[in-house]
Ligand binder design. Sequence first.
Ligand SMILES: Cc1ncc(COP(=O)(O)O)c(C=O)c1O
Length: 416
Amino acid sequence: MIFARLGPNETTDDLLISLKTTIEPWSWKKGKEISQVKKTILALAGKNSYKMALFLTGRSALFNLLKSLDLKRNDRVIVQAFTCQSVIEPIVALGMKPIFVDISEKDFSLDIENLKEKLADNTRVIILQHTFGIKPENRDKVVELAMKNQLILIEDLAHGLMSTSLATKEKFLNHFFLLSFGRSKSLSSVFGGGVVSQNRKIIKLLDHGGLEYPSYSFIMKCLLYKPIVVTVKTTYRIFIGKLIHKLAQGLGLLAAELTPEEKEGNFDQLLNKKYPNALAKLLLNQLKKLEKNNYQRAQVVNFYVNNLSSLRKIINTRTLHRYQNQPLVRFPLLLDQRDRVISHLEQKKIFLDTWYDSIIAPKTFPLKTLPGESRRSLNTCTVAFRLTKKIINLPTLIEIDQAKIILNELKKAIGD
Ligand SMILES: Cc1ncc(COP(=O)(O)O)c(C=O)c1O
């Protein structure tokens, strides 16, 4: 049984920390682990000048960051097509306009020429997404461009965090790193998000932003997630897992990734909260394993690169070598018969995923909630549209033997 989506980071030690935390409710909201998390993440950056603010989600981190900057309604925020709704909803909620830039097939990130074309007088922010944790090929050029044009640069590291991805130029105070610790990211505390920057003034503002903590019942649901998911994964083969999963969902024991309000296309204040200490405890355990897990991810990525690059039916074989040694959260492949391949592998109990199978994921995101100018810019992103129909994600935090099984089944499915 191999899952790309369900609790990719969760193992028995995470389950135990969660269970231990459930019986320590006095430490759920405030506690020393919050500052330990900040210290550990800032140590990865290796620079004393950085500071960090934490939030309940990445989307709430983005919302509060944009709100704290000197921005006006109708200001333009550059984002890439091939993204998720959590990036878009905070921008629209603040009355700003997301302007969509097409992506490059090489790194699933901003196409720099298209970015230059779409810059306008009221462009104030660029969000540079490191999709799947891939370092964008033109990252340094985008940094230069933002500095030269006095734009705010938000590097979206939600998918994955490596120490090198936190590097910045000295004195570029308009440079912010957006982090997520959601359940499907490379570090998971079920929910979580943060902003890292050397702009002390803004981080101080964010840290004292007057948000409330989530309720005890919400925190309890977060603490149940890891025990439930680890049990589901280990018992899925004998059907008990599937049953437990359905039961937990039916009884409302799991906090969904998106709220009903968010599914309608709106930013939801329900998840705009402080980061509670209970989740910091979960995150500290994940941080302890980050180096080991990133090493494992990079090994599996290298295995895929070495063994998939010669398969003729894979569309992006020529760019796979770029991912060598990168600890990607998921490995992106482009295939013509994506849906058929996914169902073939599902029959073999291999559950792959499709970040992103729509231009703004998930597919249910109502595009009509976007301003007209945003929609028009989105319609020009032809590469992104094409890739949403062909993308398939392979898991990376697995054993090499499991990667071999995926490879064999994939070859059978595509007939290569
Ligand atoms: C690229 C990207 N940025 C930001 C976010 C927001 O993260 P969160 O789910 O913690 O709100 C996501 C969420 O999936 C994402 O995919």
